[in-house]
Design a protein around this ligand. Structure first.
Ligand code: 0GY
Length: 289
């Protein structure tokens, strides 16, 4: 792995949809800058720099007010780049960390002071070498008050993960709905399995995000809209939304972030749903204190 990847659109369009005041892009990342924040030796992709200035310029261009910055796998468990971006945001960003499960209480408290409000467990083999469930459960049991766990997995391991998910003692946020096959439609087996998970606990949230990753039919991602809108309608208090900028690993078709924002009114058609998805729900998870 030597070549650095540019995974984001160079000139995203201005969305037609105007997000409500206070809207949060609750799933985005920063990469580097590498000279200041080197990538992990275990990184599975090597991106070009996509630092806080670029992220905040995109936030303003798209009409958002705040960001939740999720530590990307290319930075491993060194959260310095994400913390630096949060520190530069003037209170307009909070974060989700990736930690060594042996982290101690004092380090967790420092992450809290730096704006982190959760940790992420990543189960994608193409992104991380191992995901030790027993250690994950142990660290999840001693997180600072008010924190949650963000989980990234693909639909084919959902059933296998169920006992682990059931045992996590804090609220959960599932990245990209656990990547269901949206071409199966809103009532397809993978969406049904995900709904069963949501029914199993009232404190599971999800991100109805990443049409570019989940819908092979491409922009404007009609299958995604069709499969996901009913989920948002049925669980309006449990969803948060994000761009996924700078779209780690995307190499072939780079999504236009303006078009991603224009997916919002298709999956959340009313102003009330939009406010919950973009403002109330992320504020409750990330800005409660
Ligand atoms: C995402 C998706 C991906 C990557 C990461 O941390 C990461 O590197 O999350 C992916 O490659 O599917 O949500 O950012």
């Amino acid at each position: 792995m030597s070549e650095r990847i540019t995974s984001w659109h160079s000139a995203p369009s201005k969305p037609r949809f105007t997000p409500p005041p206070g809207a949060v892009d609750a799933h985005c990342h920063v990469f580097g800058p590498m000279a200041q924040f080197p990538f992990s030796p275990k990184a599975k992709y090597l991106p070009e720099d996509a630092g806080p200035d670029m992220l905040f310029a995109l936030r303003d261009h798209l009409g958002f007010s705040k960001n939740v910055i999720v530590q990307a796998s290319c930075h491993g468990t060194d959260n310095s780049a994400t913390l630096d971006a949060i520190a530069k945001s003037n209170g307009k960003a909070r974060g989700v960390a990736v930690v060594d499960p042996d982290i101690d209480e004092a380090e967790l408290a420092l992450l809290h002071d730096g704006g982190m409000r959760g940790i992420r467990f990543n189960f994608l083999k193409r992104l991380v070498d191992n995901a030790p469930k027993d250690k994950f459960l142990e660290v999840a049991s001693r997180l600072p008050a008010g924190w949650h766990v963000v989980i990234y997995f693909e639909a084919d391991i959902l059933e296998e993960l169920r006992p682990f998910l059931d045992a996590i003692p804090v609220p959960l946020v599932i990245d990209h709905m656990g990547r269901p096959d949206v071409s199966q439609g809103p009532d397809g087996p993978e969406m049904k399995a995900f709904r069963a998970l949501l029914e199993s606990r009232p404190d599971i949230h999800f991100k109805p995000t990443c049409p570019d990753r989940l819908d092979a039919s491409g922009d404007p991602w009609d299958r995604f809209a069709e499969a996901v809108a009913p989920l948002v309608a049925d669980y309006p208090d449990r969803c948060i939304w994000g761009t996924d900028w700078p779209h780690p690993n995307q190499q072939n078709v780079l999504p236009d972030d303006g078009h991603l924002v224009d997916m919002i009114p298709r999956i959340a058609p009313s102003e009330e749903l939009q406010r919950k998805l973009l403002v109330d729900n992320p504020d409750r998870l990330y800005w409660a204190d």
